[in-house]
Design a protein around this ligand. Structure first.
Ligand code: PEP
Length: 258
């Protein structure tokens, strides 16, 4: 964690907590916010909860994210949702390129770059996800693969002044209970920071690089304590306000140097 960057703790609810359960969890996250001042909290509920959650979170510091978007403003794209629609219903953020999108829905590096560009052109902040599979890690390909994924949208984020976030999420650590150790995470985060700084020092300084992959209250401090880890993208543990809050508190303590 770096003193110049506020920690960002984001919860990806995936296809859980629609309807009343989602509003209840959003309400619980709203209660957390005043307890973790200095930490940016973002939640990404399913689409069906976004508008109602936006109304409930209005006037709070909890940011609202969508989990995906389609990179056209409108048109005959059945089943898809555009950046202007997300903006209109109260989102400030959008997750793009999550490994589940890449794996099950064919999101390619090029499509992810288009989604990042669409988000930025409508003042939505992307959380752009990258990460290697287990086979790629075991084949010594981690940095090559992650670099290729980052390079796909590097020019797009370099041309913007927005405070984009990149989430490094090793695919083998998502929802598996396995997590990269702090040293493994830091190696990739530091590499991403270098690729950003090769574009511009200002881009490297303003971009928050989140770690994601089975982050839980008991491993959060070690991961968030790495110099180039600026926060976390959390799946399973974000479905419980107590766990999500405990991870945010770990970030707050580190940011305050405690
Ligand atoms: C995720 O969905 O982005 C994620 C990191 O999930 P989990 O925390 O459950 O591994």
């Amino acid at each position: 964690m770096h003193p110049k960057r506020r920690p960002l703790i984001a919860g990806n609810w995936k296809m859980f907590k629609g309807g009343p359960a989602g509003l209840e969890l959003a309400g619980a996250c709203k209660e957390l916010a005043p307890k973790v001042r200095g930490v940016d909290l973002v939640i990404a509920p399913p689409f069906t909860v976004l508008a109602a959650a936006a109304a409930d979170l209005d006037g709070t510091t909890v940011g609202l994210a969508a989990q995906n978007l389609y990179p056209k403003d409108s048109g005959a794209f059945t089943g898809e949702i555009s950046a202007p629609m997300l903006k209109e219903c109260g989102c400030a953020w959008v997750i793009v390129g999550h490994s589940e999108r890449r794996q099950y829905f064919g999101d390619t590096d090029a499509l992810v770059a288009d989604k990042v560009a669409a988000a930025l052109s409508h003042d939505l902040l992307p959380i752009a996800c990258v990460g290697e599979t287990l086979a790629q890690r075991e084949g010594g390909e981690t940095l090559r693969v992650v670099k290729q994924q980052v390079e796909a949208f590097l020019d797009v984020i370099a041309q913007s002044k927005a405070a984009v976030a990149i989430a490094y999420e090793p695919v083998w650590a998502i929802g598996t209970g396995k997590t990269a150790g702090p040293a493994e995470a830091e190696e990739v985060h530091a590499a991403i920071r270098t690729w950003l700084s090769n574009k511009s020092a200002e881009l490297a300084e303003r971009t928050r690089i989140l770690y994601g992959g089975s982050v839980k209250p008991d491993n959060a401090e070690g991961l968030l304590g790495c110099p180039n880890v600026d926060g976390a993208l959390i799946g399973g543990a974000s479905l419980d306000a107590g766990s999500f809050g405990a991870i945010a508190e770990a970030a707050q303590k580190l940011a305050q140097g405690k």
